[in-house]
Design a protein around this ligand. Structure first.
Ligand SMILES: [Zn+2]
Ligand SMILES: [Zn+2]
Length: 327
């Protein structure tokens, strides 16, 4: 197999030939056909997340077909198309696993961070954490659903039922969530970098009723604001836009420091929460719903060997939607 390997943070990924791996008990081997590039991959490469396993193969939006089954795997078959998400393993025994919050497991493994991911021609996964994808839809188009979609979905659920919903940082996650929220009959307010006319126009094509810079205030107070951009100064900005009792959801795994802000921004029962990881139920719920919504992802294909260019383009904001690596 071949993989793009991170040997140390702040270094470019290296094209590496590795011996073919065999799935252990309970594992599957997947021939990767597409792997999305997530901002979290960028945080791993840039050394912004603590204690990655090194060397590591990044990538946790994996679409592929099972080409080997480990001992004891049930419910999946050879040749089946599956998706492998960020949540790679949980302990099943800690208080969080036992009360339905496996996203907060004390002993988790995360794909592309603490176990090898999908910037490769093949990947090994714990079978219990892979999602059958069926045969509808294109592999490249489906890949961003595996994290941008799943985490986006969880953030939307945690945001609550409010009708007016603000999305800060209109990247891969927001471009999916906007379609889900519009399908639910909610009004999407898209906030981009000030002056980013191209992304604001992109947000309009996905159903946003209002677009503006993150330094702007929408005409009406919002019920909920979800922040996908890793920029702490957006937190007080978002708190200014939500109504009394409104909620601000921080959906990224990493964020720069949040500046201090006056208490009245939080007063009147505004809530500030974060969303971490996903549960398998989130994945099942969202992947069942996605075909009904008819989510159209905007993707940019890169050959696997050009993963570094894809990461650079993501870092620089050179595309709308999501980058996807194709072996
Ligand atoms: Zn991700
Ligand atoms: Zn656990």
């Amino acid at each position: 197999m071949h993989a793009m390997v991170l040997n140390a943070p702040h270094r470019a990924l290296e094209w590496t030939e590795l011996p073919d791996r065999q799935p252990g008990p309970g594992e599957i081997r997947v021939k990767v056909t597409a792997c999305g590039v997530c901002r979290t991959d960028l945080h791993v490469v840039d050394g912004e997340l603590p204690h990655p396993r090194l060397p590591i193969i990044p990538g946790h939006e994996i679409v592929g077909r099972i080409d080997a089954l480990g001992e004891g795997v049930t419910g999946l078959r050879l040749g089946e198309r599956v998706g492998i998400p960020w949540l790679g393993h949980t302990c099943g025994a800690c208080p969080y696993c036992l009360d339905g919050h496996e996203n907060l497991c004390d002993q988790p493994l995360f794909t592309g961070y603490t176990r090898d991911g999908g910037f490769a021609t093949a990947a090994i996964a714990d079978a219990r954490y892979a999602f059958p994808l069926g045969e509808d839809g294109d592999d490249v188009a489906l890949a961003p659903l595996l994290c941008a979609g799943l985490i986006g979905w969880r953030s939307l659920v945690i945001g609550g039922e409010g009708r007016r919903i603000g999305l800060y940082g209109f990247g891969a996650a927001a471009h999916i969530v906007a379609q889900v929220a519009a399908w639910q009959g909610r009004a999407v307010y898209a906030f981009t970098r000030p002056g980013d006319d191209a992304t604001q126009a992109f947000a309009r094509t996905l159903g946003a009723v209002w677009v503006g810079g993150s330094d702007e205030r929408p005409p009406q107070p919002l019920d909920v604001a979800i922040i996908y951009a890793p920029a702490g100064p957006l937190v007080p900005q978002a708190l200014k836009t939500v109504r009394k009792g409104g909620r601000v959801v921080c959906a990224g795994i990493h964020m720069s420091d949040i500046p201090s802000f006056p208490y009245p921004l939080l007063w009147e029962e505004r809530q500030l929460v974060s969303v971490a990881n996903l549960t398998r139920q989130d994945g099942l719920d969202f992947l069942r719903l996605a075909p009904r919504i008819g989510i159209a992802t905007t993707t940019h294909r890169y050959p696997l060997a050009q993963a570094n260019r894809a990461l650079d383009d993501l870092r620089a904001g050179r595309f709308d939607g999501a980058a996807v690596l194709v072996p």
